[in-house]
Design a protein around this ligand. Sequence first.
Ligand SMILES: Nc1ncnc2c1ncn2[C@@H]1O[C@H](COP(=O)(O)OP(=O)(O)OP(=O)(O)O)[C@@H](O)[C@H]1O
Ligand SMILES: [Mg+2]
Length: 278
Amino acid sequence: MNAAISHSLEGRPEGSHGAEQMGHLVTGGLDLSHGVALYLEDITVSFDGFRALNQLNLTIDAGELRCIIGPNGAGKTTMMDVITGKTRPDAGKAFFGQTIDLTRLTEPEIAHAGIGRKFQKPTIFERHTVFENLELAMKTDKRVWTSLFAWLSGEARDRIADTLRLIRLDKEADRPAGLLSHGQKQWLEIGMLLMQEPRLLLLDEPVAGMTDDETMRTAELFVSLAGKHSLVVVEHDMAFVEKLGGKVTVLHEGSVLAEGDLATVQNDQRVIEVYLGR
Ligand SMILES: Nc1ncnc2c1ncn2[C@@H]1O[C@H](COP(=O)(O)OP(=O)(O)OP(=O)(O)O)[C@@H](O)[C@H]1O
Ligand SMILES: [Mg+2]
């Protein structure tokens, strides 16, 4: 690794998704020929005998925007841990597209295959500018880099400019990222994910701590990303889920309790019982 990059990566919080995770080990491309981006079948994860996921089944279509809701401890984050290779399931199948068996890949290999994950706490480089953060996140072959801020191709600059507009930070490009608002930091991290060109984005409680206005702008951003990307969004904020407008999956005790549009699942008696407590 180049000295300037390794220096910059020092002090980066855990769970970072940066270019350092790019492996070169994934064989074969993503096959979306059947229109399915993610397929989980009978996934079970036990922690000391406790089933955090219990024969979980989930299918996400290519380009779909899916919300996952459910009470605390339902297994939502554990599900993302399985998809990203952080946690190995005890049983079940997990496929990215038709051919990529996620249970056989390491975390860096899964990231490289095209699954990006956003954790709740932004993991950005506070002392670098917004522009530099996006530059650092770009999928680049580091072997050909001579220095961190070496000459950028026009195409790369265009991609950064497009992403800056998309995440509404074009006016903040030259500011140190540490000076952004909480919501803007979250957007920057989403932008950093996008620079890696993921096909599937996993977002765990992305609007926690945002203002109402930032929350609604984030919903607009996610809606605009659907189609080109598949998105799986875990969120407790129902106004946000409603604004996203996609299909909703309710998890409870590690399994799917209900699935459908938000109004349908909200009127489902089993869902009401789970949320209100019996
Ligand atoms: N590493 C672990 N070891 C032991 N138990 C764990 C571990 N990770 C998660 N669990 C347990 O598994 C269950 C599911 O946790 P998970 O974090 O997936 O829930 P969640 O749906 O994301 O909840 P929340 O809405 O609070 O974020 C919980 O009971 C949790 O305590
Ligand atoms: Mg969670």
